[in-house]
Design a protein around this ligand. Structure first.
Ligand SMILES: [Zn+2]
Length: 181
């Protein structure tokens, strides 16, 4: 999707959409695999459907019937748009919780390893993300703040597990393994 935003998201059904803004940050196929893994991780864990409890959705719909969209604060507007399923179309995404972000990172790094990408690329990718987005506004990745440091630290904790998977993966990809740190 053409957009300067440094973001990506997963559509229901599993298609991962990259904003063009995130591609330079990816830098290599290991970076792309990190984003793919992360977004698919959200989808597999069904974070989308958990993000909003049924009750809350009903409440928002009732509210939106009574108040016009333009009278709502931006946060409410986003919720309504997300409920109506048009959020992604406008590049408006609801933030995931911190736990969901961590879970997606974990699933993501394991999946990239299975797919034959060196999981250490996930660490270097998020370090670049930290630089690229430092303080900026990127709806999904940034707003829920598992701080970039936390994210990188957790990913480092998962490296051993992921590297083992990577080494036994039958699908080695073109990304060259990173030199040992
Ligand atoms: Zn995420």
């Amino acid at each position: 999707m053409q957009s300067k935003q440094i973001n990506a998201f997963c559509l229901p059904g599993g298609k991962v959409v990259f904003y063009t803004g995130i591609i330079p940050v990816c830098e290599n196929d290991g970076g792309m695999a990190t984003v793919m893994g992360h977004e698919i991780g959200h989808a597999l864990a069904r974070h989308g459907s958990q993000r909003m409890a049924q009750k809350k959705i009903v409440g928002i719909i009732q509210q939106s019937a009574a108040v016009s969209l333009s009278d709502m604060d931006p946060n409410q507007q986003r919720q309504v748009m997300a409920v109506l399923g048009i959020g992604a179309q406008f590049g408006i995404l609801l933030p995931y919780s911190r736990e969901h972000e961590s879970e997606a990172d974990h699933l993501g790094v394991l999946m990239m390893a299975v797919a034959g990408y060196d999981p250490r690329y996930s660490v270097t990718f998020w370090q670049r993300m930290a630089k690229a987005t430092g303080g900026g506004k990127t709806p999904e990745f940034q707003s829920t703040h598992p701080s970039h440091e936390t994210r990188v630290r957790q990913l480092e904790d998962w490296q051993e597990e992921a590297l083992q998977i990577y080494k036994s993966s039958q699908h080695q990809q073109s990304s060259r393994p990173l030199p040992n740190r």
